[in-house]
Write a protein that binds this ligand. Structure first.
Ligand code: PGA
Length: 255
């Protein structure tokens, strides 16, 4: 079964509400007409979700909207946190969960990733779950074991139907923002192992439909090599997503 490729831009802590609206307007003409072939998603910071959402709606843009994190509770006394239904209210389709920067700087654990994944599905959105090994894990040649463990934790408690819609981004921590990448074949080996892990829990149909993205220093120059791999269904893009032309070039490569 052919999976529709996805290219998602993770804007991290860049772009104000106004800057985000302009970037979205600049991306649109470069990727319009591609929607049937590639799902394009932008993930601005919380404070730019509304303005970007408004641009997407007013201009009837063919782009999806994602947040970069979420709390797992429906509501409550959690100062500073954002609930899934608040993101639905802004027409978010996706939520990035378990990004390595959240794991490293904000205490995200496999357990909170799992709670968030369930909450995101329960609210009617789809999580983009990030997994990936540190350099130390890679040098110890434990990448696949480590990543499989992260995946197993993240998918606990999901249904087979959830799993078939799930997006997992394989992002080696040492490749994020560094200009270094694994070989496309090496990234595909991990992507295949991620798919097999989901398949072992939920069966082949879920494993075949779910999408696995590669992330970590994806640029217009290297994107096509990753997209040529059979188990890689697109990319989660950081730095190169902050400029319309480089983001659009990566989208074009996924076509
Ligand atoms: P990068 O970031 O493309 O800048 O390496 C990717 C990510 O953190 O999702």
């Amino acid at each position: 079964m052919a999976r529709r490729p996805m290219v998602a831009g993770n804007w991290k802590m860049y772009k104000t509400a106004g800057e985000g609206a302009i970037l979205t307007q600049n991306i649109e003409p470069l990727v319009s007409g591609i929607w049937d072939d590639v799902e394009v998603v932008v993930c601005p910071p919380y404070t730019a979700l509304k303005s970007v959402s408004t641009v997407i709606e007013l201009d009837r843009l063919t782009m999806g909207l994602g947040a970069q994190d979420v709390h797992w509770e429906h509501e409550g006394a959690f100062t500073g946190a954002i609930a899934p239904r608040m993101l639905v209210d802004l027409r978010c389709d996706y939520v990035i969960i378990g990004h390595s920067e959240r794991r490293e700087y904000f205490g995200e654990t496999d357990e909170t990733v799992s709670k968030k994944a369930r909450a995101v599905f329960a609210a009617g959105m789809v999580p983009i779950v990030c997994v990936g090994e540190s350099l130390a894990v890679r040098e110890a040649e434990e990448t696949e074991t480590f990543v499989r463990g992260q995946v197993r934790a993240a998918i606990e408690g999901l249904s087979a139907e959830d799993a078939s819609r799930l997006v997992i981004a394989y992002e080696p921590v040492w490749a994020i923002g560094t200009g270094r990448t694994p070989t496309p074949e090496g990234a595909n080996d991990v992507a295949r192992s991620i798919r097999a892990t989901v398949g072992a829990t939920f069966g082949q149909p879920s494993a075949i439909s779910m999408r696995v993205l590669y992330g970590g220093s994806v640029k217009p120059e290297n994107a096509a090599m990753f997209f040529a791999e059979p188990d890689i269904d697109g990319a989660l893009v950081g730095g190169a997503a902050l400029e319309a032309s480089s983001f659009a070039a990566i989208v074009e490569a996924a076509r």
